[in-house]
Ligand binder design. Structure first.
Ligand SMILES: *Cc1c(COP(=O)(O)O)cnc(C)c1O
Length: 413
């Protein structure tokens, strides 16, 4: 192989973090602003950079890595399936899809699974499902269906999904926007009741807003949403791409209030931290409205994805990760509160979906990414003042103690 630039002549394996970053930045548009570290290996909750420095991964792939890096059981399932059959497309049946779907219907208490790859595709699937349901079941006049969403939502980056974002940058240059969405405040059930019209197909929301700042709604919100949707014949669509699979201490965050939505959007951790696996899950009377040709995905539901998704759900149960998420989450929040950091105005979260909010005079959350990196903690801001701590659900108390010691150095300078 001919190396044409000065940095590459060194060979990737001999580069330090800064040299590799310069090399990479010439080769990709800046649609992300990564922290200045090059990760080359991960195991459990830990990762290592090119220079051999070790970090605790408290971003965990935006909650995709709920089982940690390279979970041995999920890896084993992936290897075994990869050797047998990886991709066939749903033009044919494959012998792992039904096992995956059955496990997921068992975990959700619903009838059917429509498999996709990314979280945004799961959301798009639910949007299409809600619209077709509105026209064919509810009787909304064609092209008049409305979907209600929340302020500060995050449901992905596709053109339709950014059309109803309230983050200006996500949508500003990407119009014309898809119509048919109405925005209300999050955590306000009364606002939902008032926004519904005869043309409302669905209410799409996150049970705890992740990217919008780890916003936990008031107790009773999910139950109220459920009854308002029932009274008005409106579908309740819970986007649990981030909150699902034990992240908040229950398998699905809706279970905190014993509520079952009409559709779940799932993704992230469903892929075991090693593969994109997402799905729309619902009962037959809703999800069953799709007919051949309505919707699809070349890679959605491929055998490798299904084997990994199945193993992920098994690990979630076998290792009691919901319980660990609850316990370690409480322990973490208590530990951070006990620091009485002069920089913070709030510590919040549910299970291991946690965040701290910086006082305005302390600077933005983004300013703290590098200081945390320097003490061996990987994390990322959500909105301006809010920094998340969302480690793998497999984290131990000892590892949390390690993290708290490092976090204190930054929060209590
Ligand atoms: C991350 C996320 C998505 C989008 O998932 P991608 O896999 O990045 O497309 C959708 N909804 C929520 C709540 C998310 O956190």
């Amino acid at each position: 192989m001919t190396m044409t630039t000065t940095t590459t002549t060194k060979g990737r394996e001999k580069m330090n973090n800064a040299e590799y970053i310069e090399y990479e930045e010439r080769l990709t548009p800046m649609n992300y602003h990564p922290a200045p570290v090059v990760i080359s290996r991960g195991e459990g909750v830990w990762v290592w950079d090119l220079e051999g420095n070790k970090y605790l991964d408290m971003l965990a792939g935006y909650s995709a890595l709920s089982f940690g890096h390279g979970h041995p059981k999920i890896l084993e399932a992936a290897f075994a399936q990869a050797k047998k059959l990886c991709v066939i497309s749903r033009a044919f049946h494959s012998d792992v899809f039904a096992q995956f779907a059955e496990k997921l219907t068992g975990l959700t208490g619903m009838d059917m699974v429509l498999p996709m790859n990314s979280g945004a595709e799961a959301v798009e699937t639910c949007v299409k499902c809600a619209r077709k349901w509105a026209y064919t079941v509810k009787g909304v006049p064609l092209n008049q269906a409305e979907i209600i969403v929340c302020k500060r939502n995050f449901h992905g980056r596709t053109t339709t999904v950014v059309s109803f974002s309230t983050t200006e940058q996500y949508k500003h240059y990407f119009g014309p926007h898809t119509p048919g969405f109405k925005i209300i405040p999050f955590g306000d059930a009364k606002a939902l009741g008032e926004a519904i019209t005869p043309n409302t197909a669905a209410f799409l929301f996150e049970p705890v807003q992740g990217e919008g700042g780890v916003n936990v709604p008031p107790d009773g919100y999910l139950k109220e949403v459920r009854s308002i949707c029932d009274e008005n014949n409106v579908l309740m669509i819970a986007d649990e791409v981030q909150t699902g699979m034990g992240r908040t201490g229950r398998v699905w965050a809706c279970q905190h209030e014993d509520v079952m939505p009409d559709l779940y959007c799932l993704g992230k951790a469903l892929g075991g931290g090693m593969y994109p696996v997402s799905a729309a899950v619902g009962n037959k009377d809703v999800l069953g409205i799709f007919e051949p040709g309505d919707h699809g995905s070349t890679f959605g539901g491929n055998p490798l994805a299904c084997a990994i998704g199945l193993a992920s759900m098994q690990v979630l149960e076998e290792e009691n990760l919901c319980e660990n998420s609850t316990k370690m989450g409480e322990y973490f929040r208590e530990g951070v509160c006990a620091m009485k950091s002069p920089l913070l105005c709030d510590v919040r979260g549910k299970g291991l979906l946690n965040a701290v909010e910086f006082k305005l005079e302390a600077g933005t959350a983004h300013d703290y990414i590098e200081p945390f990196l320097k003490v061996g903690i990987l994390t990322k801001d959500t909105v301006e003042q809010v920094l998340r701590f969302t480690p793998p659900l497999t984290i131990t108390q000892e590892e949390i103690d390690w993290a708290l010691g490092r976090i204190e150095r930054v929060l209590c300078p």
